[in-house]
Ligand binder design. Structure first.
Ligand code: AMP
Ligand code: GLY
Length: 429
């Protein structure tokens, strides 16, 4: 079976690497891919944005020409814009939810509404379309609040505030200066929660839910969780934060009710459902839902996944997850993101990357490319998050040490990374 993977991040490289291990997988085409995906498949330059009839038809034509039977859509933007809907054809499987289902990520006001309907534990909230009403609300609340753009904003539309002045400033940024364009037209203002964060991802086939091992992301750019938020600077899996019992609780109190609530709205959820959770003193509460694999969470998940991902994805598309058998490597995996100087602000590009082979020579180490491109046959940096360096270890400390050692072998000018991935739980061990 030939496969197309849409996206160009570490997530897509990791998915392609895992899919390529399936005995049923023939060729893999990446749209657009990166320097790493070119080593395991063919990069194809097709226009993804906007998701309209013309661009979808071009992808469809390419898939027919190349006998592609499975399309995996990695990122949220094309999903929210309805690419899965447009590419669905008899005889072809598209892994990723429809636009209606992806609204769970693309519209935080809608997600909160559904959570309330389904009694899913989440922060108390209000939604606003009128800046004056939002400002009046936060002035009357002295407790710490979080202000969120309802629409997609590449992870930058969430402002965690200490007091009402900061919340007012956030509202002005989102609603008055239109920094986030349409995404900030509606905002969600919610209670600020405290606790450890974790990512629980599940495959959902419309009915059956298969919960993947829990992971923990590190969103802030600096060690000790300092500095601005990024797309994610590293993740490890599994996390000791979740007991078997707590996992079952999240499945029955979060995942099952939200999928059921969508079904009652006439929406069948198929694909990955990602719950971003805070473990509060009052139990786990949902911060957000995403309609796709997390990046970088996907990379350690793929490193540990045992079993056939291609079969699991097909089963997800066709309501047959019940028949799927997946298990996990018992070891821990730590993924460290190597980023370009300046990230998450304006960053440098075009720096030659060396040492990847040397890093990968160690057992259990794998380097997935994210923001890279090929220039004169060499891999160069081409994005803010450049590489996802993954290492397996007997425990988290061992995995972290091995991932950091691997990063030390890799060079590009201005590269930086966090050496402390996993520290939030390691300090307690
Ligand atoms: P989101 O995209 O909604 O997950 O938010 C991005 C980040 O903001 C999360 O990973 C949290 O670190 C933080 N955050 C979001 N909502 C809350 C909340 N209600 N309380 C505290 N922190 C939050
Ligand atoms: N790592 C966070 C995300 O993918 O949204």
């Amino acid at each position: 079976m030939n496969v197309m993977i849409i996206g160009s991040g570490g997530r897509e490289h990791a998915l392609g690497w895992k899919l390529s291990q399936s005995p049923r997988c023939d060729k893999i085409f990446f749209v657009p891919g990166n320097a790493g995906t070119a080593q395991i498949g063919t990069n194809v330059n097709l226009t993804l944005e906007p998701v309209n009839t013309k661009n979808a038809d071009a992808i469809d034509y390419f898939c027919r020409q190349n006998k592609i039977e499975l399309i995996v859509i990695g990122p949220e933007d094309p999903l929210a814009a309805g690419l899965a809907d447009r590419l669905a054809r008899p005889g072809r499987s598209v892994f990723g939810p429809t636009a209606a289902a992806a609204r769970l990520e693309a519209d935080k006001a809608y997600a909160k509404h559904l959570m309330r309907l389904a009694s899913v534990p989440t922060a108390e909230y209000r939604t606003f379309t009128d800046p004056e009403a939002a400002l009046a609300y936060v002035q009357a609340h002295e407790t710490p609040l979080v202000v969120k753009a309802a629409g997609l904003a590449k992870g930058k539309g969430v402002m965690v505030c200490d007091n009402s002045d900061q919340a007012a400033a956030a509202i002005k940024r989102l609603m008055r200066s239109n920094e986030f364009d349409q995404a900030g037209k509606t905002i969600v203002v919610e209670e600020r929660l405290v606790g450890q964060e974790l990512s629980v991802l599940a495959l959902v086939d419309g009915d059956t839910i298969f919960v993947l091992d829990p992971a923990q992301d590190h969103k802030q750019v600096g060690e000790g969780d300092s500095g601005p938020n990024t797309g994610g600077m590293g993740a490890y899996c599994p996390t000791p934060l979740l007991s078997e019992e707590l996992t079952r609780q999240i499945e029955s109190e979060v995942l099952v009710p939200i999928v059921d609530a969508m079904r009652r709205e006439g929406i069948t959820y198929r694909g990955v459902l990602y719950a971003g959770l805070m473990l509060t003193a009052g139990g786990p509460k949902v911060l957000e839902f995403n309609c796709r694999f997390g990046d970088p969470e996907c990379q350690p998940l793929m490193m540990r996944l045992q079993g056939d991902l291609l079969e699991a994805m097909l089963a997800t598309c066709h309501g047959k997850l019940e028949q799927v058998d997946l298990s996990w490597d018992p070891r821990c995996c730590c993924c460290v993101v190597m980023a370009s100087r300046g990230y998450p602000g304006p960053y440098e590009k075009g720096k030659v990357i060396t040492g990847i082979d040397r890093a990968q020579a160690s057992e259990g180490v794998r380097v997935f490319h994210a923001g890279t491109a090929l220039k004169d046959g060499q891999a160069v940096s081409a994005g803010g998050r450049v590489l996802s360096v993954c290492a397996m270890g007997d425990d988290l400390a061992d995995a972290q040490r091995r991932a950091n050692e691997a990063c030390d072998k890799i060079h590009f000018e201005g590269a930086f990374f966090r050496r402390d991935i996993g520290y939030r739980v390691m300090a307690k061990v």
